[in-house]
Ligand binder design. Structure first.
Ligand SMILES: [Zn+2]
Length: 307
């Protein structure tokens, strides 16, 4: 029996009678590839820093592909934003335990007119080079995604996930010694703070240490998050309502900003955990090699038993 099928049999997500989201163990494998447009997409509150930390903890080598140059994210002008955001992406990837950041450097927020085939071909090449068992990124089918980089990179990623395993796609890669490679598993995330997002089909449980690393990685992106200005803005808004946060008395704005981000990350990790009946989790739209055979999945979910 192929290991991939064995994993499926042992780890079928079973919809629980109480309506909670099924908890899915990680697949057995060695390599995961996170494919996202931006420097910070791997650590954001709506996914996926906890999942990455857990893959690392379970022995995976994890690579981060940053498709854009992030020139528009931050206050420093295009060249410096690109440099600072790349540096912070590398530092955050290290916090989570990732191996490497690979930048494709397409222009930030200008991804609508770029040739989708070219972006897809770059990702196929990376999948064939690094041979991931798992690909992680934005769900290209999520609703109301208004960021063009998220839409286009998600779409190129999903197409490449499928096409990298096909013999007749980019056969010239064989001249470079690269063979077709099928990554069997896809974890898609969505921004649920925008419109409908997606309907997740699994939850991944996190421990407190994985949530802490996710928080730290997020705060590492100081060019855009957890800076003193954000704390000052919140303090001013509260003061207008004659409110204050006791924990923020006698601490500087930088510390207050970090504290605020940690509260938010803890809160959202608990929200996701509550969906699955555990303390901390993230949720995803998960696909595997049998996603086109839902009848088989239902049959296996009903009939397969552990010995
Ligand atoms: Zn992004």
């Amino acid at each position: 029996m192929r290991p991939i099928l064995l994993f499926l049999l042992l780890a079928l997500p079973v919809a629980s009678a109480d309506g909670k989201l099924p908890l899915k163990p990680l697949p057995k494998g060695k390599v995961a590839m996170v494919i996202q447009p931006h420097h910070d997409d791997h650590t954001t509150d709506y996914g996926m820093g906890g999942l990455i930390a857990r893959f690392v903890d379970e022995g995976y080598d994890v690579y981060y592909v940053r498709a854009s140059n992030d020139e528009k994210d931050g206050p420093h002008g295009y060249p410096r934003n690109d440099m600072v955001n790349y540096r912070e992406a590398v530092a955050a990837a290290k916090v989570l335990g990732m191996k490497k950041v690979i930048s494709l450097n397409w222009r930030n927020d200008y991804m609508n007119p770029i040739p989708l085939n070219e972006l897809r071909n770059q990702i196929i090449l990376l999948i064939r080079k690094y041979k991931p068992d798992v690909v992680i990124g934005h769900n290209p089918w999520e609703h109301y995604q208004k960021n063009p980089d998220h839409r286009n990179v998600g779409r190129a990623m999903a197409e490449a996930w499928w096409m990298a395993g096909l013999d007749n796609v980019l056969p010239e890669h064989k001249l470079l010694g690269m063979e077709p490679h099928q990554a069997w598993y896809l974890y898609g995330k969505a921004r649920l703070d925008w419109g409908l997002g997606q309907r997740p089909n699994i939850a991944v449980e996190l421990n407190a240490e994985q949530v802490r690393r996710k928080q730290t990685a997020y705060e590492t992106h100081r060019n855009v998050y957890a800076n003193p200005a954000s704390a000052r803005a919140y303090k001013a808004a509260l003061a207008r309502e004659n409110l204050h946060v006791p924990e923020w008395e006698n601490i500087d704005d930088q510390t207050a900003a970090v504290m605020m981000e940690e509260w938010h990350m803890d809160w959202i990790s608990r929200q996701r955990g509550a969906q699955a009946g555990v303390r901390y989790a993230e949720d995803y739209y998960f696909l595997d090699e049998f996603d086109y055979l839902p009848g088989l999945q239902d049959y296996l979910a009903r009939e397969v038993k552990r010995r």
